[in-house]
Ligand binder design. Structure first.
Ligand SMILES: NC(=O)c1ccc[n+]([C@@H]2O[C@H](COP(=O)([O-])OP(=O)(O)OC[C@H]3O[C@@H](n4cnc5c(N)ncnc54)[C@H](OP(=O)(O)O)[C@@H]3O)[C@@H](O)[C@H]2O)c1
Length: 249
């Protein structure tokens, strides 16, 4: 089991990230919470403090699109915590596909948040871990990245890019002591999905957070959460394109 005590969470105000962070509550845990809104980070920190009085917290305000600050963020986290065991990347946006699909600027904006910025942060984190000889990079992708669908292909293609990038990174780092975890949640009840109708397949964020925490400790490669999404996606991916393209999904 991986020993994880010094954790940087990017997008720490995300509901899934918060629910994951609640599980890192052993004595000596240090959490470096990064995100675009300082007030939200302070609220998250105050809540986590109540649950994990023995943990130490650091905050840093940074927008995912500030690419020139990514390197410094990792350096700051390493310096403040005197090391880094794990980076969890959790930020994201779920745009209304129909509203932005004809607007290339908005499309690229969301693609950059959901994919390019994640690739940038992942590259820096993985390079650091490779150099120090250990570490875990955990990134929240999505089951939406497994097949392009008319209702969410802008978000889905960004997540698909992230998943494929991480697969290659994992393959490259096979002989290092660095673990790359790709997290693929199904629909989960969080602020991101406020406007969506909640069906039977909707997961609770606390359960998703628990499964992410356990996958990080156990050095997993890919986590479908809840687990049954692995099988649902296997079926969806098996549908021939000639049929799939006619389906309204
Ligand atoms: N909920 C689901 O159904 C679901 C399913 C599969 C995957 N996911 C993925 O899970 C992750 C967490 O999402 P969530 O469901 O927990 O949603 P959430 O609570 O709405 O969190 C989204 C987070 O992304 C941050 N963010 C957005 N744009 C940013 C930017 N430019 N720079 C920095 N941070 C930014 C937000 O911070 P601010 O509020 O400060 O902007 C917020 O903390 C995301 O990657 C999402 O794509 C979610």
């Amino acid at each position: 089991m991986n020993k994880i005590k010094k954790i940087l969470i990017f997008g720490a105000s995300s509901k899934i990230a918060q629910e994951t962070a609640k599980n890192f509550n052993q004595e000596g845990t240090q959490l470096y919470l990064a995100g675009s809104n300082l007030q939200k980070l302070e609220i998250v920190r105050d809540d986590l403090k109540v649950r994990s009085p023995k943990a130490t917290f650091y905050l840093e305000q940074i927008n995912a699109l500030e690419f020139d600050k990514h390197n410094q963020l990792i350096e700051n986290a390493k310096t403040k915590m005197d090391g880094l065991d794990c980076v969890l990347i959790a930020h994201g946006t779920l745009p209304e596909n129909d509203e932005i699909r004809k607007d290339h600027i908005k499309t690229l904006h969301h693609f950059n948040i959901n994919c390019t910025s994640v690739i940038s942060l992942s590259t820096i984190a993985a390079t650091n871990f490779e150099k120090q000889g250990y570490g875990t990079l955990a990134v929240i992708s999505s089951v939406a990245g497994e097949r392009g669908r008319q209702s969410n292909y802008i978000y889905g293609s960004a997540k698909g890019g992230v998943s494929l990038f991480l697969q290659g990174l994992r393959n490259r780092l096979i002989n290092s002591n660095v673990n790359i975890l790709t997290i693929k949640p199904g629909p989960t009840d969080t602020p991101m999905t406020t406007n969506m109708k909640k069906g039977l397949l909707f997961a609770k964020a606390d359960a998703v957070g628990k499964s992410i925490h356990s996958a990080i400790l156990n050095g997993k490669d890919v986590l479908y959460t809840p687990w049954f999404w692995r099988y649902i996606m296997a079926i969806i991916k098996a549908v021939p394109e000639s049929i799939f393209k006619k389906m309204s999904m």
